[in-house]
Design a binder for this molecule. Structure first.
Ligand code: LLP
Length: 431
């Protein structure tokens, strides 16, 4: 359930009229709902109640510091995958000892940053990474608390671009080598093995792959403990899917039951890294119809939002429900349209042959379920802007990131001397 509902025929975010925000900040913009964030966090936390589990919100899903701080105040830690995300999590007030640093390609400086901050653990995904981390830790004189990320070779049954737990994927250390690598790691200076980690993919709508992967982790924990390793933490990753369009997804309580059944008695401190589940339905992308164009075989609803603002339909064929801000009459005639953006590629299509109530130029529409992997994946393609992000809280709202437009980018671009008409050296050479 989310807090974007019609009130008196107008779509509101909590109790704020969406059209009012649009007039204020201009379109397109992302709009997030605090009440929805809180609700999703609580439902997920409730699903794991009674377990020794830390929820480390996956900052990659939505890194806006107002969003991260909202979750931090509810008790969330953070899962970060870059120095930039670590900086964000700390800026949002997440304590370092609740931050997990994941990722397949951590650089030396990111390792040093993580050690300096004092993160809870670093999830290591390869032997070369382990060796570099050992060197960095020794050079700094700070030990590194490490979990080995395991690749369990389990198919998550999700989109191939976001599946991460099969042996052909770049992530983790193959489960068959876990014992050997952990034993090697234990002998490395500066490294303390504290646990294991796994993450098999994102937008999982079937719980069986979780069950399989967690079962494999359970076996590994037992085996490593028999070797004398201290396995205190077990990071179960994120990945629980949410309903897009008409799709259905398991309830957090059902996921919680799987966790309880498979790893609940291991006496490990569990870490979970949900992203999408917390923020996906807590955000929408608000856009205005620029034109309705009658093509030869299709009707195109052309929006002022584009693939650079929300790339998920272009990249993963994602289905984001589109609704008008003014509630259509119950008997409004539906028409099949293609909803597209203004960017110069056919891939800039949000929906094909979608049944929508009548919309006209100037109308506001909303793309739902855009709180996760929306603003964070935006680009400046076609010299468009990074659009504003707005956070609603009850009857209040605030712009939590202003527009980053072409002027901001031009201020960072410079002409080299040989192209600069005002450069004296240029005038000498007549270039
Ligand atoms: N932990 C790790 C190690 C991850 O790689 C991810 C997501 C998560 C947690 C959070 O997963 P979630 O709970 O959000 O499913 N851009 C794609 C999704 C990429 C997910 C990458 N990793 C999309 O828009 O569908």
């Amino acid at each position: 359930m989310d807090h974007f509902q019609y009130r008196d025929g107008r779509l509101c975010a909590e109790t704020v009229d969406m059209a009012r925000i649009a007039d204020d900040v201009g379109t397109p913009f992302y709009c997030y709902s605090t009440a929805t964030l809180v609700r999703h966090y609580r439902v997920f936390a409730e699903a794991l109640a009674g377990l020794d589990a830390t929820i480390c919100y996956s900052v990659k899903a939505n890194g806006n510091i107002a969003v991260v701080r909202t979750l931090g105040r509810l008790g969330a830690g953070a899962d970060v995958v870059s120095g930039g995300e670590l900086t964000r999590a700390l800026a949002a007030g997440i304590p370092a000892d609740k931050i997990v640093f994941s990722g397949v390609g951590k650089t030396e400086s990111e390792m040093a940053q993580a050690l300096a901050a004092g993160v809870m653990q670093i999830n290591v995904e390869s032997e070369p990474e382990l060796e570099l981390l050992s060197q960095v830790a020794v050079a700094r004189g700070t030990g590194a608390r490490v979990a080995i990320r395991i690749n369990p070779d389990v198919d998550a049954q999700t989109h191939e671009k976001i599946t991460t737990g099969r042996s052909e994927n770049k992530f983790g250390i193959e489960w068959t080598r876990a014992r050997e690598i952990c034993n090697r790691a234990t002998a490395m200076p500066g490294i303390t093995i504290v646990g294991l980690a796994v993450h098999i993919g994102s937008q999982l709508t079937d719980l069986e792959p979780f069950r399989d992967a967690y079962g494999r982790m359970r076996d590994l924990v037992a085996m490593l403990r028999a070797d004398g390793q201290t396995i205190e933490t077990l990071d179960l990753g994120g990945g629980l899917g949410i309903p897009y369009g008409d799709a259905v997804a398991p309830a957090p309580a059902e996921y919680g039951a799987v966790v309880r059944q498979v790893v609940g008695d291991l006496e490990c401190r569990l870490i979970v890294e949900p992203g999408r589940l917390i923020v996906g339905n807590a955000g929408v992308l608000v856009s205005r119809v620029v034109y309705v164009k009658e093509g030869a075989t299709r009707t195109f609803v052309i929006l002022d939002a584009a693939m650079n603002d929300l790339v998920r339909p272009a990249l993963y064929d994602a289905d984001h429900t589109i609704i008008p801000v003014l509630e259509p009459a119950a008997d409004a005639p539906m028409a099949e349209v293609d909803v597209v953006g203004p960017v110069c590629e056919t891939g800039d299509t949000f929906a094909t042959q979608r049944s929508l109530p009548p919309v006209a130029a100037g109308d506001l529409v909303v793309m739902r379920t855009a709180g996760a992997y929306g603003a964070v994946m935006a680009s400046l393609y076609n010299a468009r802007s990074l659009v504003p992000e707005v956070l609603v809280n009850g009857g209040d709202y605030a712009v939590v990131r202003g527009r980053i437009g072409v002027d901001d980018i031009l201020a960072r671009e410079t002409l080299p001397g040989w192209l600069d008409d005002d450069d004296p050296a240029m005038r000498r050479t007549g270039g």
